[in-house]
Design a protein around this ligand. Structure first.
Ligand code: NAP
Length: 475
């Protein structure tokens, strides 16, 4: 179903899309497939609600967000099961995603109350200068399948807190998770039109969003390719944009690091969500003297990861999302091995009893060189290439990517080296001895072609606010 102006409705065209479980290829459910007409209706509903939503006090808006967080907490198992069925990640990871989403709702319930303006000393004694913060307006949010609840929460919680009504277009692979979030908003009695959900054809639904002049803000999470298109399409009506795009995270391990901790961290950072997160490690650089020991320990841990349906006990690696993603992983491995890389473990399609999904063995490659496709193209799958380096200068030079700049990791117990890496890595997020840095209270986002703007923390709400400068002559 679509959610427009506070009501669950079918698509105007009557079309539906099929939601498939990637673990076994089974049809889970059909949902409404919206197009331009539905998108337009949702945008108009959002626009109609704008005046009254922004006029509510911050405390009133905050209460809806807190209540939504409570609803998600009370229904966490059921929502996590939907996420796992739709996109494959292990159930515990899905629960972790819902906890993160709850944190965003709770954080922005508080942040709503801290939208302070400014007064500025004037250069003329009769003038008074101030800056007031105002919501930017109707916000269109376009989200991916890999975190089908958290990416919506990270956008709509700050938007609603700031006073912006929203229209969400979720990924076509995961509309049911999005429906769960909207069930929460419906249950807490969010006023009609303030939040709307249109699953369906990307080009039609999002096309209307970028064309429609009522939409003042586009917030997108997804591939760099689509992000660039949305920036271009938004230029016609000069919308405010924020973009959370692709990444190619390096993971640098120095010889002075706690090697066991570095191995443990690499397993989490690389293989969480079967390698399908934008901040997943893509390249592991290990200092020469410890490279062999690291690779052995790493491959040993990786080989123990249980592959299977994310709803089954103990599963650490679920299916990858679809055949295209599977083919991409396979072709990156073939390219690497054809050019001299060695498979340390994995490297093949995994067979899981009774499941006809896109499972792939978690894979470690060594003897990898910088000219292989995997060294520059985002992998988005369970493959970890290991490289060696000699000096910290070399590590930085190779770790910095010409296009991407989302997240980077470094393991060292040397404070000076940690500072050096922190300052020299050209990335929006740096984890030092920390493989999973994402948290609701800190800014998340990339530099270069990894994105524009930040989500999370007090920084995240600014993306939904405009500064209005007021100058008053008091004479
Ligand atoms: P995607 O193909 O770019 O899709 C993302 C969203 O854009 C989906 O809702 C999709 O709708 C829509 N879309 C696709 N083509 C479109 C078009 N031509 N015009 C308008 N909208 C379009 O990305 P994905 O495969 O879902 O996600 C993986 C990518 O997201 C990776 O590159 C990953 O690094 C990135 N990502 C980044 C972050 C971050 O915070 N930086 C977080 C998570 C993921 P349909 O599903 O209907 O096609």
């Amino acid at each position: 179903m679509l959610y427009i102006n506070g009501e669950w409705v079918n698509a105007a065209s009557g079309d539906e899309l099929e939601v498939i479980n990637p673990a076994n290829g089974e049809l889970i459910q059909k949902v409404a497939k919206g197009d331009e007409q539905d998108s337009k209706l949702a945008i108009e509903a959002a626009d109609s609600s704008f005046k009254s939503w922004k006029s509510k006090t911050a405390q009133e808006r905050a209460k809806y967000l807190r209540d939504a967080a409570t609803y998600l907490k009370e229904n966490i198992d059921q929502i996590a099961e939907t996420v796992t069925k739709e996109m494959g990640k292990p159930f515990n990871e899905s629960k972790g995603e819902i906890v993160l989403s709850i944190n965003y709702f709770e954080w922005y319930a508080e942040e709503a109350k801290r939208v302070y303006g400014e007064t500025i000393p004037a250069s003329h004694q009769d003038k008074r200068l101030m800056v007031i913060k105002e919501p930017v307006g109707v916000t269109a949010a376009v989200t991916p399948w890999n975190f089908p609840v958290a990416m919506i929460a990270r956008k709509i919680a700050p938007a609603l807190a700031a006073g912006c009504p929203v229209v969400v277009k979720p990924a076509s692979a995961t509309p049911l998770s999005a429906i769960k979030v909207f069930e929460a908003l419906h249950a807490v009695g969010l006023p009609k039109g303030v939040a709307n959900l249109i699953s369906g054809s990307a080009s039609k639904v999002v096309g209307e969003m970028t064309r429609n002049e009522l939409v003042r803000k586009i917030t997108f999470t997804g591939s760099t390719e689509v992000g660039k298109k949305l920036i271009r399409d938004s230029a016609e009506t000069v919308k405010k944009v924020s973009m959370e795009l692709g990444g190619h995270a390096p993971y640098v391990v120095f010889e002075d690091a706690d090697l066991d901790q570095a191995v443990e961290g690499a397993v989490g950072s690389k293989f969480r969500n079967a390698g399908q997160t934008c901040i997943c490690t893509n390249r592991i650089y290990v200092q020469e003297s410890v490279a062999e020991e690291f690779s052995q320990k790493f491959a040993e841990k990786v080989s123990q990861l249980k592959i299977g349906n994310g709803l089954d006990e103990g599963v650490a690696i679920g299916p990858i999302i679809d055949e295209d993603a599977y083919e991409k992983v396979k072709s990156q491995i073939s390219d690497a091995t054809n050019r001299g890389a060695t498979v340390v473990c994995g490297g093949q399609k995994a067979e899981v009893d009774g499941q006809d999904g896109w499972f792939f063995e978690p894979t470690v490659l060594k003897d990898v060189t910088d000219d292989m496709v995997i060294s520059t193209e985002e992998t988005f799958g369970p493959v970890a290439p290991v490289y060696t380096f000699k000096t910290k200068e070399e590590a930085v030079e190779r770790a910095n990517h010409p296009e991407y700049g989302l997240a980077a990791y470094c393991y060292t117990n040397d404070l000076k080296k940690a500072y050096y890496m922190m300052e020299e890595l050209e990335y929006g997020i740096v984890g030092i001895n920390d493989p999973i840095p994402t948290t609701a209270q800190a800014p998340f986002g990339g530099v270069k072609e990894s994105g524009i703007g930040r989500e999370g923390g007090h920084h995240g709400i600014e993306e939904y606010l405009e500064d209005k400068f007021v100058s008053i002559n008091v004479k």
